[in-house]
Design a protein around this ligand. Structure first.
Ligand SMILES: Cc1cc2nc3c(=O)[nH]c(=O)nc-3n(C[C@H](O)[C@H](O)[C@H](O)COP(=O)(O)O)c2cc1C
Length: 187
């Protein structure tokens, strides 16, 4: 399968990038091809301006050239995988803005469904699973990201996977990378 691998983190030495690399290596070994979309390195502008506002009365609106190019990049792939750090119990604004602008009316929802039947969000989480469960952050993120975005865009196999404990030291980091590798191998 052709996978668009979207990564949103300011630092290439981050655990998030290491997890994305592990996913990519394992998915490639399993026979998939990867096209990288490193939003920070590419200087993607996450701010939705007037040109990219949905026009509810026009499902075939032409968006800005930058957004049309992102749509073409999605269309030439068959699945989307997004790897990001959990920031404020959600995704970084960089990735949120990519979705705001690119997953637009007539492309991902409205008269259309998102072009891929498979999408995976991998969130690298600072604290552990217990802390997420204590306040319901895990459930809140599943609802907002998995149901509210992937489900809303009618992606049949859309999932959010949280990799917990990135602030718990090297052993926890190794587990996060191993889990990312498993996800790539099983994709
Ligand atoms: C702005 C900001 C907000 C954060 N918010 C959360 C949060 O809500 N929940 C959480 O578990 N970790 C949070 N963290 C910690 C990150 O998830 C953590 O830095 C990341 O998983 C570590 O991996 P990295 O090396 O890829 O940054 C936050 C970090 C930053 C910088």
């Amino acid at each position: 399968m052709r996978i668009l691998l979207v990564v949103a983190h300011p630092r290439t030495q981050s655990l998030t990038h290491a997890a994305a690399d592990a996913f990519a290596e394992a998915a490639t070994a399993a026979g998939h091809t990867i096209e990288w979309a490193d939003l920070m390195a590419e200087g993607f502008d996450p701010v939705l301006r007037e040109a990219d506002e949905p026009d509810w009365s026009n499902a075939t609106k032409a968006y800005s050239p930058a957004v049309e190019a992102e749509m073409a990049r999605i269309r030439r792939n068959e699945a989307t995988v997004m790897v990001f750090p959990v920031w404020w119990w959600s995704m970084p604004a960089l990735l949120k803005g990519w979705i705001d602008r690119v997953w637009n009316n007539g492309f991902a929802y409205g008269d259309a469904s998102y072009p891929h039947a498979r999408a995976l969000m991998i969130g690298v989480a600072g604290t552990d699973e217990k802390a997420y469960q204590k306040r319901g952050y895990d459930q809140a993120m599943q609802t907002a990201l998995e149901t509210g975005i992937l489900g809303y865009c009618r992606i049949a196999d859309g999932r959010l996977e949280l990799l917990y404990g990135s602030m718990d030291g090297e052993a926890a980091d190794a587990l996060i990378i191993a889990r990312a590798r498993e996800l790539g191998a099983a994709f």
